[in-house]
Design a protein around this ligand. Structure first.
Ligand code: BGC
Length: 269
C-alpha cells in the first residue's frame, strides 16, 4: 500500500524549527496540506522558510501564529483552519520547550512555562482536534479513521532526568493523556499515539552535540551510535498519520537509536 495523506489537513504545532519542521515537511511530501504553527513573531521568518521548502517541493500549507498554552489562541487556530481549509484530519502535538534547573533551584515560572506548553498545550490542541474530528465524522475518501493525533513525547516519558524535573514530568503525563484519549475515543475511530524521540539534532539540545566532546558523551547513551535527525521522526509521523497504521492506537513508539535499552548496562549490572 502506498502511503498517501492526500486530501488531508494536518496541524503541526511548533513547526518553525526542529522536530516540528521535519514532521511538517514529511507530512507535506506525502500529500497533506500542512499548517506550520509557530509561537511568536520572532519565529515568523523561520515558519515562512519551512513553508517555502514545502511549496518549493510541490506541497501545500499555511503558516499560523498561536501560542499553544493559551486557550483562546488554540480555539481560534482550529476555527480559522477549519474555515480556511475545511477541516483538520491530523494533529501533531509537537510544540515543546525545556527550562532546565536543579530541582531545588527550579522557579515556579520555569515549572509553569514547561507544563504550560508541553502538557497544557497538548491538552488544548487535542481537545479542539477531537471536537473537529467528531463534527466532521469519517470520510473514507480521506481516511478510514475519523482523525489521528500524534503526540510528540520523549524517551523521558520513561527515563527519569536529573535537572529536568519539569520536562520529564510533562512527558510522563503525556503518556497517560495519550492512552486515556485512545481509550476514550477508540469507538469513534480516532487514533491517538505518541512518538518518543531520543536525542535528535535540533536547537533544543544544541549543548549535547555542538562540540566533539559533547557528541562523544551523547553517543555513549545511544547503541546505534548516531544522533537522530528530524526526518527520523517525520518518517514515523507519516506512517502513524496514514491508514497503514490503522490498527495502532494507544502506543508510545520510541525513535531513539536504542537509548531506552539503557546502554550503560551493556557492561556490568
Ligand atoms: C530532549 C533532548 C535530549 C533527548 C535525550 C529529548 O526529549 O528534548 O534535549 O537530548 O531527549 O535525552
Amino acid at each position: 500500500m502506498e502511503i498517501s495523506l492526500k486530501n488531508q489537513v494536518a496541524i503541526v504545532t511548533g513547526a518553525s524549527s526542529g522536530i516540528g519542521a521535519g514532521v511538517a515537511k514529511s507530512l507535506a511530501s506525502s500529500g497533506a496540506t500542512v499548517v506550520v504553527n509557530y509561537s511568536s513573531d520572532k519565529s515568523l521568518d523561520k515558519a515562512n522558510s519551512i513553508l517555502k521548502e514545502i511549496t518549493d517541493a510541490g506541497g501545500n500549507g499555511i503558516v499560523y501564529l498561536c501560542d499553544v498554552s493559551q486557550e483562546n489562541q488554540v480555539i481560534s487556530m482550529f476555527q480559522d483552519v477549519v474555515s480556511q481549509l475545511g477541516t483538520v484530519d491530523i494533529l501533531v502535538n509537537n510544540a515543546g520547550i525545556q527550562k532546565d534547573a536543579k530541582f531545588t533551584e527550579m522557579t515556579l515560572d520555569q515549572w509553569n512555562a514547561v507544563i504550560g506548553i508541553n502538557l497544557t498545550g497538548q491538552f488544548l490542541c487535542a481537545r479542539e482536534a477531537i471536537k473537529e474530528f467528531l463534527r466532521r465524522g469519517i470520510d473514507t475518501k480521506r481516511s478510514v479513521a475519523c482523525g489521528k493525533i500524534i503526540h510528540i513525547s520523549s524517551v523521558h516519558e520513561i527515563i527519569p532526568w536529573a535537572g529536568h524535573a519539569n520536562y520529564a514530568s510533562s512527558k510522563g503525563a503525556i503518556k497517560m493523556m495519550m492512552q486515556t484519549l485512545a481509550q476514550e475515543y477508540g469507538a469513534d475511530k480516532i487514533r491517538v499515539n505518541s512518538i518518543c524521540p531520543g536525542a535528535i539534532q535540533t536547537p533544543i539540545n544544541t549543548n549535547a552535540w555542538n562540540t566533539p566532546e559533547a557528541l562523544n558523551d551523547l553517543l555513549t547513551l545511544i547503541p546505534y551510535n548516531r544522533i537522530g535527525q528530524p526526518q527520523d521522526i517525520g518518517n514515523l509521523a507519516v506512517f502513524l498519520a496514514s491508514d497503514m497504521s490503522d490498527y495502532i492506537t494507544g502506543a508510545s513508539i520510541f525513535v531513539d537509536g536504542g537509548m531506552t535499552t539503557f546502554e550503560s548496562f551493556s557492561t556490568g549490572g
